[in-house]
Structures are given as structure tokens and as C-alpha cells.
Ligand binder design. Sequence first.
Ligand SMILES: NC(=O)c1ccc[n+]([C@@H]2O[C@H](COP(=O)([O-])OP(=O)(O)OC[C@H]3O[C@@H](n4cnc5c(N)ncnc54)[C@H](OP(=O)(O)O)[C@@H]3O)[C@@H](O)[C@H]2O)c1
Length: 316
Amino acid sequence: MARILVTGASGLLGINFAQEIMTSHEIVALDRGKLVNAPFRVLKSDLLTPGAVDSALDSAQPDWVVNCAALADIDTCEDYPDLARRLNTELPAQFAKACKSRGIPLVHISTDAVFDGRAVAFYTEEADPNPLSVYARTKLEGEQAVLAENPDAIVARVNFYGWSLSGRRSLAEFFFNNLSGRKSMTGFTDVRFCPMLVNDTARMLVRMLEKGLRGLYHVVGPQAMSKYHFGVEIARKFGFKENEIAPKSINTSSLIAKRSNNLCLSINKLCTDLDEIPPDFSTGLDKLYAQFRQGYPQKIRSYQQVEGETGIQANR
Ligand SMILES: NC(=O)c1ccc[n+]([C@@H]2O[C@H](COP(=O)([O-])OP(=O)(O)OC[C@H]3O[C@@H](n4cnc5c(N)ncnc54)[C@H](OP(=O)(O)O)[C@@H]3O)[C@@H](O)[C@H]2O)c1
């Protein structure tokens, strides 16, 4: 059993990583103060405070680090490019350097958004990125900084869906919330991606650490689909009417940041090096539905401070 320091533990990936992996490894979750009732140890820290990276490593004494902290909202990055640079580029570089000097294996999380989407095929790790937004540029620069500081680190380009603390963070929740509230919504027919259930992403990342992999990897689902089709699959699985989702082109959307319309990544390198194929889309979707039936969304949300609550409970 390894002790894993997980940053960004209140985020969509971080909270599900901690929840999924805590049965097989010891989790130390780093959070800015949202988590109060978590069933794993929580370190409270703002990682932009000088010295925070070293303090976290000194305090947690981890065997592995998984850096999920980021400014991950694409449009917010356009409004706050300096904050995006600090969180998505400089902070990962600090973790890479600190982990290198302490001999701690690091996974840094990046994104499929580093590509401009012009390719017709799936992007491999060798394909040239061409970021279209502040988010994508700062994430790409983060990848480069991590691997320059620490070539032994794993940089994982991901795309995932699942249940979040806020209930509003993932694309699956977007469709679920609108469908269950009978609100009209659109789905992009011309943006294709390879979604993976976030719990499966967590397990793949741990398998990569256990196998001692290093370098750049694409860690996404094995099937490509449009965002519209993804919404239709959510509707079918949860028993909602799929015709509540109106097909739409991203070219007619009012989103702030420029987005790529081909986010399809090849996972051949991952499958070869792990000797394993990640679960297919329908298996992930079945699990998302089973989680819903078993009260998983409510369970992870119970780990956070309720709005208006003032007392901070001791973290275990
Ligand atoms: N969501 C996706 O589908 C997707 C797709 C591709 C790549 N990714 C990548 O996956 C990673 C995780 O994404 P996510 O969706 O889980 O993001 P998220 O839900 O927005 O979580 C980001 C996390 O970073 C934390 N954080 C931000 N500033 C911090 C600071 N100064 N100190 C400490 N923690 C701080 C946040 O804490 P607070 O809650 O306190 O703000 C939050 O826990 C990111 O690297 C992202 O680029 C995500």
C-alpha cells in the first residue's frame, strides 16, 4: 500500500480519485477548506502560498503524488490568464522539481484540449499540440515544464465524467441535471471526444504508477463520440427523453474561449505499456448509473462543508 498525496481533492477528479483509491492505498488529500467530513486524511493548503508545495510534501510524506489542482474552467482562464499560468504551469513545475529532488513519483494531470482539433485521426502522444485558448496554452506549458524539470514524471492527458462535489462540474451532470429538471439543452454534434468515467481514470493512473511508467500518456476512454451523442447515451441510461437534447454546432455557440472540435486521443501507448485496455464506454456508463442508484453523488457531497455551516470539523 502506498501513501498518495492528491491535490485538487475537492475537484471532480481529485474527490473521485480519493474515493476510488482509498480502499487500496492510503490517501492524503490536499484541499483549500471545502472537505470537512472526508473518510481520508485532509491537508488544508492554498498551493499558491509561497512554500506550500514543500510544506505539503513534508507533512504528507507521500510515496506518490497526483497533481489534480488546476484552473480547469476554460472560460475562467480567459478572464484570469495570470492565475491560469500560476496554477496550470508554475505550480506543476514546482511539484515536478520538489518530487524529483525527493525521489517521489509524480503524476501530473493535463488535457486533451492541447490540440487544435484540425486532425482527422486520433491524436497520438507524438502529434504536435496547438493550443487554442489560455487554458490549453497554460496546460501545455505545464506539461513541458513538468517533463523538463522531471523526466521521470507521468503527464496524463485526460478527459473524464462523473459525479462532483458541486453537482455541476461534469458534462454528465450537465445532461443529467437538465434532463431531470425537464430543461431544454443543446449538445454539440461537431465536437468529438473520448470520455472515461472518472473512477476508471483514477484506477488507470494508479496502475501507471504501480507499473513505474514515465513520460507523456493519453489516458482517455477507448471510444470516440460527439458531445451530443454522449448526452443521448446519458438520457437513455437514466430513462429520460433523448429528444429533449437539441443537436447544435459549436460554431453557433456563445462560449468565450475557442475550443477544438476533435479531442479524440489514441490510447495505444497506454494499452501497450499497461498491457490492459481501459473499460469501454458502456461499462463506464453502467457504473455511473449504478453509482447514482447507490447514492454515490450524495455520499461524496456529504464530505464537504454545508453552506452556512461555520464550525470546521476535525479531519480524519
Ligand atoms: N473535467 C474534465 O473533463 C477535464 C478534462 C481534461 C483535463 N482535465 C484536467 O484534470 C485536472 C482536474 O480537473 P477537474 O475537472 O477535477 O478540476 P476542478 O473540478 O476544477 O478542480 C480543480 C481543483 O484545483 C483546486 N485548486 C485550485 N486552486 C488551488 C489552489 N490555489 N490551491 C489548492 N488547490 C487549488 C480546486 O480547489 P477549490 O475547490 O478550492 O477551488 C479544485 O479542487 C485538471 O488538471 C484539468 O485540467 C479535466
